[in-house]
Write a protein that binds this ligand. Structure first.
Ligand code: AMP
Length: 293
Protein backbone atom coordinates (compact mmCIF):
# COMPACT_ATOMS: atom_id res chain seq x y z
CA UNK A 1 0.00 0.00 0.00
CA UNK A 2 0.95 3.65 0.29
CA UNK A 3 3.33 5.43 2.63
CA UNK A 4 2.30 9.05 2.42
CA UNK A 5 2.32 12.61 3.61
CA UNK A 6 -1.25 13.66 4.40
CA UNK A 7 -2.77 17.10 4.82
CA UNK A 8 -6.00 16.94 6.79
CA UNK A 9 -8.78 19.42 7.55
CA UNK A 10 -11.19 18.42 10.28
CA UNK A 11 -14.08 20.57 11.55
CA UNK A 12 -11.68 21.72 14.30
CA UNK A 13 -8.11 21.68 13.02
CA UNK A 14 -5.89 21.72 9.98
CA UNK A 15 -2.63 19.74 9.85
CA UNK A 16 -0.15 19.30 7.01
CA UNK A 17 2.60 16.82 6.06
CA UNK A 18 1.50 14.15 8.51
CA UNK A 19 2.80 10.61 8.21
CA UNK A 20 0.01 8.65 6.51
CA UNK A 21 -0.70 6.11 3.83
CA UNK A 22 -2.82 2.98 3.68
CA UNK A 23 0.12 0.67 4.43
CA UNK A 24 1.40 2.87 7.26
CA UNK A 25 -1.91 2.86 9.15
CA UNK A 26 -2.37 -0.85 8.51
CA UNK A 27 1.09 -1.65 9.85
CA UNK A 28 0.79 0.46 13.02
CA UNK A 29 -2.45 -1.39 13.74
CA UNK A 30 -1.34 -4.93 12.85
CA UNK A 31 1.87 -4.69 14.89
CA UNK A 32 -0.28 -4.71 18.05
CA UNK A 33 -1.19 -8.33 17.26
CA UNK A 34 1.92 -9.78 15.67
CA UNK A 35 4.74 -9.32 13.18
CA UNK A 36 3.99 -7.23 10.07
CA UNK A 37 6.11 -6.49 7.01
CA UNK A 38 5.47 -3.52 4.72
CA UNK A 39 5.92 -3.41 0.97
CA UNK A 40 5.85 0.10 -0.45
CA UNK A 41 7.79 3.03 -1.84
CA UNK A 42 8.83 6.44 -0.52
CA UNK A 43 10.57 9.39 -2.17
CA UNK A 44 13.89 10.93 -1.24
CA UNK A 45 11.97 13.48 0.90
CA UNK A 46 10.91 10.74 3.33
CA UNK A 47 12.95 10.98 6.55
CA UNK A 48 15.19 8.00 7.26
CA UNK A 49 14.33 8.56 10.92
CA UNK A 50 10.64 7.79 10.24
CA UNK A 51 11.55 4.40 8.77
CA UNK A 52 13.74 3.78 11.81
CA UNK A 53 10.92 4.59 14.19
CA UNK A 54 8.60 2.26 12.26
CA UNK A 55 11.19 -0.41 12.69
CA UNK A 56 11.43 0.32 16.43
CA UNK A 57 7.64 0.02 16.60
CA UNK A 58 7.95 -3.57 15.35
CA UNK A 59 7.15 -2.96 11.69
CA UNK A 60 9.35 -4.67 9.10
CA UNK A 61 10.49 -2.13 6.50
CA UNK A 62 12.78 -4.28 4.34
CA UNK A 63 10.16 -4.15 1.61
CA UNK A 64 10.05 -0.34 1.57
CA UNK A 65 12.15 1.08 -1.24
CA UNK A 66 13.28 4.66 -1.76
CA UNK A 67 12.85 5.99 -5.29
CA UNK A 68 14.05 9.28 -6.78
CA UNK A 69 11.27 11.85 -6.50
CA UNK A 70 8.62 12.83 -3.99
CA UNK A 71 6.58 10.63 -1.65
CA UNK A 72 2.85 10.03 -2.35
CA UNK A 73 0.73 12.92 -1.04
CA UNK A 74 -2.96 13.05 -0.20
CA UNK A 75 -5.16 15.75 1.27
CA UNK A 76 -8.70 15.51 2.52
CA UNK A 77 -11.38 17.43 4.38
CA UNK A 78 -14.03 16.09 6.76
CA UNK A 79 -17.54 17.48 7.17
CA UNK A 80 -18.93 18.10 10.65
CA UNK A 81 -20.59 14.64 10.66
CA UNK A 82 -17.12 12.98 10.23
CA UNK A 83 -18.64 10.38 7.89
CA UNK A 84 -18.39 12.62 4.81
CA UNK A 85 -14.86 13.03 3.49
CA UNK A 86 -13.76 15.00 0.44
CA UNK A 87 -10.47 14.17 -1.22
CA UNK A 88 -8.93 17.55 -2.07
CA UNK A 89 -5.80 16.32 -3.82
CA UNK A 90 -3.93 13.11 -4.63
CA UNK A 91 -0.34 13.24 -5.92
CA UNK A 92 0.92 9.78 -6.80
CA UNK A 93 4.54 10.95 -7.24
CA UNK A 94 6.91 7.95 -6.81
CA UNK A 95 3.87 5.71 -6.41
CA UNK A 96 2.85 6.26 -10.04
CA UNK A 97 5.50 3.92 -11.44
CA UNK A 98 5.88 1.72 -8.39
CA UNK A 99 6.85 -1.85 -9.17
CA UNK A 100 6.47 -3.68 -5.84
CA UNK A 101 9.12 -6.18 -4.86
CA UNK A 102 8.17 -8.49 -2.03
CA UNK A 103 11.38 -9.51 -0.19
CA UNK A 104 12.03 -13.24 -0.65
CA UNK A 105 11.65 -13.88 3.09
CA UNK A 106 8.07 -12.58 2.92
CA UNK A 107 6.93 -14.43 -0.19
CA UNK A 108 5.82 -17.37 1.91
CA UNK A 109 3.58 -15.25 4.17
CA UNK A 110 0.23 -16.91 4.82
CA UNK A 111 -1.74 -13.71 5.44
CA UNK A 112 -1.60 -10.93 2.87
CA UNK A 113 -3.33 -7.56 2.93
CA UNK A 114 -3.32 -5.55 -0.29
CA UNK A 115 -3.81 -2.07 1.12
CA UNK A 116 -5.29 0.71 -0.97
CA UNK A 117 -3.17 1.21 -4.10
CA UNK A 118 -3.53 0.99 -7.89
CA UNK A 119 -5.06 -2.44 -8.59
CA UNK A 120 -2.13 -3.28 -10.94
CA UNK A 121 0.30 -2.69 -8.07
CA UNK A 122 -1.83 -4.86 -5.77
CA UNK A 123 -1.84 -7.64 -8.39
CA UNK A 124 1.92 -7.38 -9.01
CA UNK A 125 2.57 -7.81 -5.27
CA UNK A 126 0.11 -10.70 -5.02
CA UNK A 127 1.70 -12.50 -7.97
CA UNK A 128 4.95 -12.75 -5.97
CA UNK A 129 3.33 -14.57 -3.05
CA UNK A 130 3.81 -18.34 -3.04
CA UNK A 131 0.63 -19.78 -1.52
CA UNK A 132 -1.15 -17.30 0.73
CA UNK A 133 -3.95 -18.73 2.82
CA UNK A 134 -5.87 -15.46 3.11
CA UNK A 135 -5.68 -12.49 0.76
CA UNK A 136 -7.78 -9.43 1.57
CA UNK A 137 -7.81 -6.20 -0.41
CA UNK A 138 -8.99 -2.64 0.05
CA UNK A 139 -9.65 -0.02 -2.62
CA UNK A 140 -10.83 3.57 -2.99
CA UNK A 141 -13.15 5.72 -5.13
CA UNK A 142 -10.21 6.96 -7.23
CA UNK A 143 -9.39 3.43 -8.43
CA UNK A 144 -13.05 2.54 -8.97
CA UNK A 145 -13.29 5.64 -11.18
CA UNK A 146 -10.16 5.16 -13.26
CA UNK A 147 -9.11 1.48 -12.97
CA UNK A 148 -12.35 -0.49 -12.81
CA UNK A 149 -11.25 -3.25 -15.24
CA UNK A 150 -8.07 -4.03 -13.28
CA UNK A 151 -9.96 -3.85 -10.01
CA UNK A 152 -12.48 -6.43 -11.21
CA UNK A 153 -9.59 -8.68 -12.23
CA UNK A 154 -8.12 -8.29 -8.74
CA UNK A 155 -11.45 -9.19 -7.11
CA UNK A 156 -11.33 -12.58 -8.81
CA UNK A 157 -8.02 -13.28 -7.03
CA UNK A 158 -8.80 -12.32 -3.42
CA UNK A 159 -10.68 -14.00 -0.56
CA UNK A 160 -11.90 -10.82 1.11
CA UNK A 161 -12.71 -7.21 0.24
CA UNK A 162 -12.87 -4.28 2.66
CA UNK A 163 -14.77 -1.21 1.42
CA UNK A 164 -16.82 1.65 2.78
CA UNK A 165 -20.46 2.24 1.91
CA UNK A 166 -19.75 4.71 -0.89
CA UNK A 167 -17.18 2.42 -2.51
CA UNK A 168 -19.52 -0.58 -2.23
CA UNK A 169 -22.26 1.37 -4.01
CA UNK A 170 -19.90 2.64 -6.72
CA UNK A 171 -18.41 -0.79 -7.34
CA UNK A 172 -21.74 -2.66 -7.41
CA UNK A 173 -24.09 -0.08 -8.90
CA UNK A 174 -26.58 -0.86 -6.08
CA UNK A 175 -27.75 1.56 -3.40
CA UNK A 176 -28.95 -1.05 -0.92
CA UNK A 177 -25.87 -2.29 0.93
CA UNK A 178 -27.00 -5.92 1.16
CA UNK A 179 -27.73 -6.01 -2.57
CA UNK A 180 -24.36 -4.33 -3.11
CA UNK A 181 -22.62 -7.02 -1.04
CA UNK A 182 -24.31 -9.76 -3.09
CA UNK A 183 -23.07 -8.19 -6.33
CA UNK A 184 -19.55 -7.85 -4.89
CA UNK A 185 -19.49 -11.48 -3.70
CA UNK A 186 -20.42 -12.57 -7.22
CA UNK A 187 -17.27 -10.80 -8.48
CA UNK A 188 -14.97 -13.20 -6.59
CA UNK A 189 -14.35 -12.67 -2.86
CA UNK A 190 -15.68 -15.10 -0.24
CA UNK A 191 -16.52 -12.25 2.11
CA UNK A 192 -17.00 -8.49 1.99
CA UNK A 193 -16.59 -6.11 4.89
CA UNK A 194 -18.71 -2.98 4.60
CA UNK A 195 -17.39 -0.16 6.75
CA UNK A 196 -19.95 2.36 7.88
CA UNK A 197 -17.65 4.80 9.68
CA UNK A 198 -18.89 5.68 13.15
CA UNK A 199 -21.88 3.35 12.60
CA UNK A 200 -19.70 0.26 12.56
CA UNK A 201 -19.16 -2.51 10.06
CA UNK A 202 -20.86 -5.52 8.45
CA UNK A 203 -19.18 -8.77 7.50
CA UNK A 204 -21.12 -10.46 4.72
CA UNK A 205 -19.84 -13.74 3.41
CA UNK A 206 -20.97 -16.95 1.86
CA UNK A 207 -20.96 -18.80 5.19
CA UNK A 208 -20.84 -16.00 7.76
CA UNK A 209 -22.75 -12.78 8.50
CA UNK A 210 -21.92 -10.47 11.37
CA UNK A 211 -22.47 -6.85 12.32
CA UNK A 212 -20.83 -4.59 14.90
CA UNK A 213 -21.26 -0.99 15.98
CA UNK A 214 -18.08 1.05 16.26
CA UNK A 215 -16.39 1.36 19.65
CA UNK A 216 -17.87 4.47 21.34
CA UNK A 217 -15.10 7.09 21.07
CA UNK A 218 -15.90 10.38 22.80
CA UNK A 219 -13.25 12.58 21.24
CA UNK A 220 -12.68 11.96 17.55
CA UNK A 221 -9.60 13.87 16.38
CA UNK A 222 -9.03 12.54 12.85
CA UNK A 223 -10.64 9.48 11.23
CA UNK A 224 -7.98 9.19 8.50
CA UNK A 225 -6.64 5.67 8.41
CA UNK A 226 -9.52 4.18 10.42
CA UNK A 227 -10.33 1.78 7.58
CA UNK A 228 -6.71 0.67 7.24
CA UNK A 229 -6.40 0.31 11.02
CA UNK A 230 -9.56 -1.78 11.05
CA UNK A 231 -7.96 -4.01 8.43
CA UNK A 232 -4.75 -4.18 10.47
CA UNK A 233 -6.58 -5.35 13.58
CA UNK A 234 -8.73 -7.75 11.54
CA UNK A 235 -5.84 -9.38 9.65
CA UNK A 236 -3.59 -9.24 12.73
CA UNK A 237 -6.07 -11.34 14.67
CA UNK A 238 -6.53 -13.91 11.88
CA UNK A 239 -2.77 -14.22 11.41
CA UNK A 240 -2.29 -14.62 15.17
CA UNK A 241 -4.86 -17.43 15.49
CA UNK A 242 -3.75 -18.90 12.15
CA UNK A 243 -7.21 -19.79 10.91
CA UNK A 244 -10.11 -18.28 8.96
CA UNK A 245 -13.17 -19.98 10.45
CA UNK A 246 -16.49 -18.09 10.84
CA UNK A 247 -15.76 -17.77 14.60
CA UNK A 248 -12.28 -16.35 13.91
CA UNK A 249 -13.74 -13.89 11.39
CA UNK A 250 -16.27 -12.66 13.97
CA UNK A 251 -13.56 -12.20 16.58
CA UNK A 252 -11.39 -10.45 13.97
CA UNK A 253 -14.23 -7.95 13.45
CA UNK A 254 -14.03 -7.08 17.17
CA UNK A 255 -10.24 -6.66 16.95
CA UNK A 256 -10.50 -4.51 13.82
CA UNK A 257 -13.18 -2.29 15.33
CA UNK A 258 -11.28 -1.81 18.59
CA UNK A 259 -8.03 -1.08 16.74
CA UNK A 260 -9.69 1.55 14.53
CA UNK A 261 -11.00 3.32 17.63
CA UNK A 262 -7.43 4.15 18.68
CA UNK A 263 -6.61 5.49 15.23
CA UNK A 264 -9.38 8.12 15.29
CA UNK A 265 -8.25 9.48 18.65
CA UNK A 266 -5.24 11.22 17.13
CA UNK A 267 -3.80 12.58 13.90
CA UNK A 268 -1.64 10.30 11.78
CA UNK A 269 -0.46 7.26 13.77
CA UNK A 270 -0.50 9.09 17.15
CA UNK A 271 -3.51 7.25 18.57
CA UNK A 272 -2.21 3.83 17.53
CA UNK A 273 1.25 4.63 18.87
CA UNK A 274 -0.16 5.57 22.27
CA UNK A 275 -1.62 2.11 22.84
CA UNK A 276 -0.35 -1.44 23.25
CA UNK A 277 -1.67 -4.99 23.28
CA UNK A 278 -3.12 -4.55 26.79
CA UNK A 279 -5.01 -1.42 25.76
CA UNK A 280 -6.33 -3.18 22.68
CA UNK A 281 -7.44 -6.28 24.60
CA UNK A 282 -9.30 -4.08 27.09
CA UNK A 283 -11.28 -2.41 24.30
CA UNK A 284 -12.00 -5.72 22.59
CA UNK A 285 -13.45 -7.03 25.89
CA UNK A 286 -15.45 -3.84 26.42
CA UNK A 287 -16.83 -3.97 22.88
CA UNK A 288 -17.76 -7.64 23.31
CA UNK A 289 -19.67 -6.85 26.50
CA UNK A 290 -21.40 -3.96 24.74
CA UNK A 291 -22.92 -6.25 22.11
CA UNK A 292 -23.69 -9.26 24.33
CA UNK A 293 -27.21 -9.23 25.83
P1 AMP B 1 -8.61 5.52 5.14
O1 AMP B 1 -8.98 6.70 6.00
O2 AMP B 1 -8.54 4.23 5.92
O3 AMP B 1 -9.46 5.42 3.92
O4 AMP B 1 -7.11 5.74 4.62
C1 AMP B 1 -6.56 6.99 4.36
C2 AMP B 1 -5.10 6.86 3.97
O5 AMP B 1 -5.01 6.35 2.62
C3 AMP B 1 -4.39 8.20 3.96
O6 AMP B 1 -3.34 8.17 4.92
C4 AMP B 1 -3.88 8.40 2.54
O7 AMP B 1 -2.52 8.78 2.49
C5 AMP B 1 -4.08 7.08 1.85
N1 AMP B 1 -4.66 7.26 0.51
C6 AMP B 1 -5.52 8.23 0.10
N2 AMP B 1 -5.86 8.07 -1.20
C7 AMP B 1 -5.21 6.97 -1.63
C8 AMP B 1 -5.16 6.27 -2.88
N3 AMP B 1 -5.88 6.69 -3.94
N4 AMP B 1 -4.40 5.15 -2.96
C9 AMP B 1 -3.71 4.71 -1.87
N5 AMP B 1 -3.70 5.33 -0.67
C10 AMP B 1 -4.45 6.44 -0.54
Amino acid sequence: GTLAFDSIETPFEKRTELLGGSATHFAYAARLLGPVELVGVVGTDFPEETLKSMSRAGIGVRGVETAPGKTFRWSGRYEADWNTRHTLDTQLNVFEHFDPKVPSAQRGSRFVFLANAQPEVQMKALAQMRAPELVVCDTMNLWIDIKLGELEELLRKVHGLVVNEEEARMLSGRRNLFQAAKVLLAKGPRFVILKKGEHGAFLLGRDVRFALPSYPVEDVVDPTGAGDSFAGGFMGHLAAVGEVTPAALRRAMLCGTATASFCVEGFSTEGLERTDRKGLDARVAELASLVTP
